[in-house]
Design a protein around this ligand. Sequence first.
Ligand code: KIV
Ligand code: ZN
Length: 390
Amino acid sequence: MSKDIVQIFDTTLRDGEQVPGCKLDREQKLVIAERLDVLGVNIIEAGFPVSSPGDFQSVEAIAKLVKNATVCGLTRAVKNDIEVAAQALKHAKTPRIHTGIGTSDSHIKFKFNSNRDAIIERAVSAVSYAKTFVEDVEFYAEDAGRTDNEFLARVCEAVIKAGATVLNIPDTTGYCLPDEYGAKIKYLRENVKGIDKAILSCHCHNDLGLATANSIAGVINGARQIECTINGIGERAGNTSLEEVVMIMRQHPNLNLDTTINSQLLYDTSLMVSRKMGMMVQPNKAIVGANAFAHSSGIHQDGVIKNRETYEIIDPADVGVTESSIVLTARSGRAALAYRAKIVGYELTKTQLDDVYQEFLKYADTRKEIKDDDIHQIIETSNIDLQSIS
Ligand code: KIV
Ligand code: ZN
């Protein structure tokens, strides 16, 4: 059975760039946008054009440069924002305007001092106005995660009538549980008239560490777009991580979902974004962290040396990592020591390995990690006859 394709909407250059201290200049944004296009993302959210002249120019330059992906610009439900975004996207092969407004009671009361009916009117006017510039208009219901489902369905129905092609259901504050977020998407699919005319999109924040789980719950329940960033960067605890959702769908064929991403470029893209933004990737980050394919305990190392699949569910080559690494620490066993010793040039017999291993443990207890240079030192200073080592 052929798989359904989930559109990957990358917002590294908009929501991702909102991280304090990670601002990119235009050249850096262009290099990243070009890479995202080659990676195979379907939509690149290039920025928020009205926010500053610099952002406008970046969106304009990205719109000219990108060859395959749709290029999208964010706006508030404000006429001038929409006009400026349309202008910035003028040269895009396939432009999209992403407009919207807060729909939760908290946003309606505290941000807008308004009421539900007036918010629907503003939403409809924004979408109708955006439609006068571009065919593809995505509507976001900000704080949809905390918006009452019945009201959210009314908003969605009204903006579909006004021509919205994509309905973004953001869990702006990262509050939802996966069951709850999945049920919200299901509710909209079952209760919004005309829902088949639009794509439902998941945009989840990671305040409780649930952004990836919520996005996956969303697509299981019928959403067909995920908004995400490279390395999961973004405001506060970040956005859904692109590499995680892509690999979850790929590693679970029973979901019958896939993306157009070339996963072999994931690691390299992660490195590129991390370097350009000056934002380190935590070593234990899924898929792209430095330790994602590193094994340090003796039991795991023994298993991986015998067969990688004992402790790895992803072939590192599938995400562009050259090989799994066997890291030597005081928790490593003989199999790992013999394996690394062989790589650096010592083929040890069983008796030699027994002797060197005792020296190795004493040495390793004083170090966090044993590098190749340390192995040379341990073997050279041990009592074993070096002439006899092949
Ligand atoms: O998190 C959010 O609600 C957003 C919208 C502006 C799409 O980023
Ligand atoms: Zn967001």
